[in-house]
Design a protein around this ligand. Sequence first.
Ligand code: GDP
Ligand code: MN
Length: 390
Amino acid sequence: MNLHEYQSKNLFAQYDIPVPKGKVATSPQEAYDIAKELGGPVVVKAQVLTGGRGKAGGVKLAQTPEQARELAEQILGMSIKGLVVHKVLVDPGADIKQEIYLGITNDRAARKPLLMASAAGGMDIEQVNREAPEKIVREHIDPFLGLRDYQSRNVAGTIHLPRQQWKAFTDIARNLYRCFQANDATLCEINPLVITGSGAMVALDGKVSIDDNALFRHSDLAEMRDVQAEPSEETRAREAGLSYVKLDGDIGCLVNGAGLAMTTMDITSNIAKKLGIEGSGPANFLDVGGGAKADKVATAFRIILSEPKVKAILINIFGGITRCDEVARGILQAREEVQVNIPMVVRFAGTNAAEGRQIIDDAHIPNILSAATLLEAAEKAVKAARGVQA
Ligand code: GDP
Ligand code: MN
């Protein structure tokens, strides 16, 4: 789960990381009121769950409350990378002398948290990593020892921070790690962390991602989830108990079990490659989990079909405790609720696979193909998506 900038900065403040004292507005008038209360120039910042807002015109400087109102009017309702802006953060304008990057994430390969810092702050860090990876300083954190101050001082020196800022930088790094650990974050990022004209260090932007699997022990954070701001399919999937990740192929996949779903995706993209069909492959990862009753399958259909690129659906079910005949009935029932106008390939294996296949065959629905193996199913789906008779 990703937090908005304003939520991330509120969280940082709880860990004694200096942040600007801004407020969130949902209307231009509110932005005016906040700007008036703050006095002086302000920045009006789009609150959407994506980076690169600055470049997209979602971060603007206002000299007066009237100007803040005008900018809020422009920014509210605008769309950044497909996400509509519903809120703006109005922060006091900062006097920026230097922008740096500071972030903590997990390095899975090293099995340790990793602190990253760069003098190339303010820019998209992924871009810095691609173009000049040597500009990012990396320091692993021993989870048993925590981040030691000498490590932060080494980093400060390596990115050539002025000596007067080392103490502030070390404090912020230590507090950022506290925040990362205490909240089960997978990312805590400040970009830019700025040095102001008066020499203070302030977190001007904030990005926090929380491990979804740990949200049960952070009810305060779970409440912050902004459903309105997430891609709607992902919200719907989560609420229905489905694991769903959108990808960019043309085969909608509906599978039970995460491992089987991964295998299905791999085989589908391999077959597409082998057949030389450009742009074909899985359109999503979707694990319906156990049970796969009609209502769950119907929701899965709706989510898969909401992507217009999808030209065929591949259903791959392994029956264990879940019985294939039950899933087959679920599929037929779901088709009554949701109109499916594209070909569908069904492959069952395991408990009651033959019965399941029989149910599908007996229904005599055009456009449903069955397959005995995953290879066959994937090939049929890839061909069906391109209108090739299998
Ligand atoms: P992002 O583009 O989504 O990462 O949004 P940021 O919050 O990082 O803002 C982008 C850029 O806007 C920053 O790198 C700064 O250069 C600039 N910016 C943000 N806040 C202020 C401010 O208070 N004053 C000034 N002068 N520039 C700001
Ligand atoms: Mn930023």
